[in-house]
Design a protein around this ligand. Structure first.
Ligand SMILES: NC(=O)CC(=O)C(=O)O
Length: 286
């Protein structure tokens, strides 16, 4: 049987502050760090950037920083060039996207392959509208529109599912991708100092063990000069639910090796992927 991940895959998650007011400086910094990640550990083949990696994470700023997704838009150009120059799969965190036909704004992740081709986009499907008394109030739907699809990305190594931040609270997206044969779920995400300690690691581990896949969460580093204080703690969780790499709160690049044997071994030991009772819950399994 062919493996869902074709070979061992070294990944890097770039946790950094890209939320300053100067978008082009944020973009240049992201590019420099992606180059550094691959230079420091040349076997790295997949790199992930954080949610809103080149703009403030603020509902009143999304429109100002938004880009149309097309070949000559600034983020597209930089990410595509990096991916082809470094011969990596690049999960470009997310950016505010302007859809020119409807004038709507989305929170969108672009993924590029080793040739610099855009192979997927995912629009954050579940908007972060929450109100925790004495905690945090945030309403992405003040300026954003939610995406309409689950996203599974096909690469030369195998498939992975892609969600953005709040999407990870909804197990269905991960379940759909895992059942399509994904080896990992990747979530650029910016939890905060209220919800991060509560749920970040728990959700990463839950999505991993629900589906026996790797889970990769890539956060911005904490910026105390911005209004939104990202949690940090970018992490990689293996299919058994162990955190195998974790950042602190500051700027940091973390690495991990994803191993197809590990997926197979965990799945053989606890064979939930073969024990599903679709006769009972077929209505939620598609
Ligand atoms: N920022 C988000 O989209 C989600 C988040 O912070 C949370 O779910 O908590």
């Amino acid at each position: 049987m062919s493996k869902i991940l074709s070979q061992k895959l070294k990944v890097a998650l770039i946790q950094f502050i890209g939320s300053t007011a100067d978008k082009s400086a944020n973009l240049q910094k992201a590019a420099a760090l992606v180059e550094k990640a691959v230079k420091d550990q040349p076997e790295t083949k997949l790199v992930v950037l954080p949610e809103c990696f080149n703009s403030p994470y603020a509902t009143d700023k999304f429109r100002e920083y938004a880009e149309v997704i097309e070949e000559d838009s600034p983020s597209y150009k930089v990410l595509s060039n990096l991916a082809s120059k470094l011969k990596i799969i690049l999960v470009g965190g997310s950016i505010p996207e302007l859809e020119p036909k409807t004038n709507k704004i989305y929170n969108t992740s672009m993924v590029f392959d080793q040739n610099g081709a855009l192979i997927a986009t995912h629009r954050k499907a579940h908007l972060f509208d929450i109100d925790i008394p004495n905690g945090i109030t945030f309403k992405e739907s003040d300026s954003l529109t939610g995406g309409e699809k689950a996203t599974t990305v096909e690469t030369s190594y195998g498939k992975f599912g892609l969600g953005i931040c709040y999407d990870m609270r909804f197990p269905e997206l991960a379940m759909i991708s895992a059942r399509q044969g994904s080896f990992a779920m990747i979530y650029p995400g910016a939890f905060n100092t209220v919800t991060g300690p509560l749920h970040w690691s728990l959700l990463a581990r839950s999505r991993a063990i629900d589906n026996q896949v790797y889970t990769l969460l890539c956060s911005p580093a904490r910026n105390m000069n911005s209004d939104y204080h990202a949690y940090g703690h970018s992490m990689v969780v293996n299919p058994r639910g162990d955190v195998i790499a974790e950042a602190g709160e500051g700027e940091e690049i973390i690495y991990a090796e994803l191993d197809p044997e590990e997926i197979e071994t965990f799945r053989q030991g606890i064979p939930i992927t073969k024990q599903r009772r679709f006769d009972i819950y077929k209505d939620v399994s598609k």
